[in-house]
Write a protein that binds this ligand. Structure first.
Ligand SMILES: [Zn+2]
Length: 312
C-alpha cells in the first residue's frame, strides 16, 4: 500500500501544539463502508451500527482457532521431553502448537477448477486424485503472504490488533480492536482509559498501515518528537477517555491529521481513513484468518474458482 504521506514540494515545519480532533471524526453520516470497530470495552447496544466482523470475513471465520496436534518431525520442531500433564504444561504445549501453526505458510494450488489451500502440497489432487506434480505451471504452489506483521518492527505506522489476544489465536470476530501509532524505534503509542501508553512489546501480530514514504527525510527525523509532543496534550489525559467518542482511534487519527495539517494537507475523516487505508488490509486479513482456521482442522480447504479462472 502506498504511504499516506508523499514527499512535500518544500520543507514543512512540524506542529508546535496538538491540533484539535477533526470535526468529521465521528460523523453522524453512515460511512459508505462499515468501519472496523475499535475500542477497548464492549459497545452499548444501539449506540452505533453493529460492525462486529472484520469486513469481508466469512461468518465461519469467527470461530475460535482450534490447535491441531502436529506429528513429531512435521513442523513442530525438535522432539521435546515429555512433561507431566500439569495444566501449565498443557497450556505451554498448546501455545507451542499454535506457534508452529502460525509459522507454517498457507499454500495455494489450482486444480480441477478449484483453489486448493493447504499447509503442504499433496502428491495427488484431493479432488480428482491425479498427480499434481505434472499438472503444469498453473498448479505450481504459491505461498500466501501473511497479512500480519510484527508491530514493533513497523516504524512510523498505524497499527491495528485485537485489544486482547492475537488475530490468529484468540480473535473471534466479536473481539474489540485497538489501534496505535509506532515510533521510529518501533515503540507503539496508544491511548485508552489509562491515558497514552508507550509499548515496547505486545504488538507482535498486527495489521500495519505504513504512514511515511522513505524519502520524506525531515518528517522521518522529527517523527518521534512530534509523536511524543502530541501525546503530551491534555486531550489524552485518562479522564478525557470516552469509549465511543474519544478513544484509541480518535487519538491515532488526530495524530495523523495533525501531521497532515503541518504538511499543508487536508485532514481525513474517520470513515475516509478507514475506507482508504484500513479496509483493504482487513479484507485480506479476514480471508487469511478464515483459511488459517479451516487449516487447523483440515488438510485442505477447497474453493471452486469462478468460471473465468478455470484453467485445468
Ligand atoms: Zn484435480
Amino acid at each position: 500500500m502506498a504511504p499516506l504521506w508523499e514527499a512535500p514540494s518544500r520543507a514543512q515545519r512540524r506542529p508546535t501544539r496538538p491540533i484539535p480532533a477533526p470535526r468529521m471524526l465521528f460523523s453522524r453520516d453512515p460511512p459508505p463502508v462499515r468501519p472496523v470497530r475499535v475500542g477497548s470495552v464492549p459497545a452499548v447496544p444501539g449506540a452505533h451500527p453493529p460492525a462486529r466482523h472484520l469486513p469481508g470475513a466469512h461468518p465461519r471465520s469467527v470461530l475460535p482457532a482450534r490447535p491441531v496436534p502436529l506429528r513429531r518431525g512435521e513442523g513442530a520442531g525438535p522432539t521435546r521431553p515429555q512433561l507431566p500433564d500439569a495444566p501449565h504444561h498443557r497450556d505451554a504445549a498448546r501455545r507451542d502448537r499454535a506457534s508452529a501453526m502460525e509459522a507454517a505458510a498457507i499454500l495455494y494450488v489450482r486444480h480441477c477448477a478449484a483453489a486448493i489451500f493447504c499447509r503442504r502440497v499433496p502428491p495427488l489432487c484431493p479432488v480428482c486424485g491425479r498427480p499434481l506434480r505434472d499438472a503444469g505451471l498453473l498448479s505450481a504452489p504459491v505461498s500466501l503472504q501473511c497479512p500480519f506483521v510484527h508491530g514493533h518492527r513497523q516504524h512510523r505506522a498505524f497499527l491495528l490488533r485485537p485489544t486482547a489476544g492475537s488475530f490468529l489465536r484468540e480473535y473471534d470476530g466479536n473481539s474489540d480492536l485497538h489501534v496505535g501509532i509506532s515510533s521510529a524505534r518501533g515503540v507503539v503509542y496508544h491511548y485508552n482509559e489509562e491515558g497514552v501508553h508507550r509499548d515496547e512489546s505486545g504488538w507482535e501480530q498486527c495489521i500495519s498501515v505504513p504512514l511515511v514514504q522513505p524519502d520524506m527525510f525531515e518528517l522521518l527525523q522529527q517523527w518521534d518528537q512530534i509523536l511524543e509532543e502530541f501525546s503530551m496534550g491534555e486531550e489524552w489525559l485518562p479522564h478525557r477517555y470516552e469509549e465511543h467518542d474519544h478513544n484509541c482511534y480518535t487519538y491515532a487519527l488526530a495524530f495523523i491529521n495533525s501531521v497532515l495539517t503541518a504538511q499543508g494537507k487536508q485532514q481525513m475523516s474517520k470513515s475516509e481513513f478507514t475506507e482508504k487505508f484500513v479496509i483493504p488490509q482487513t479484507k485480506n486479513a479476514s480471508k487469511y484468518i478464515t483459511l488459517h482456521q479451516e487449516l487447523t482442522t483440515k488438510d485442505f480447504y477447497i474453493v471452486p474458482l469462478p468460471d473465468q479462472e478455470k484453467q485445468c
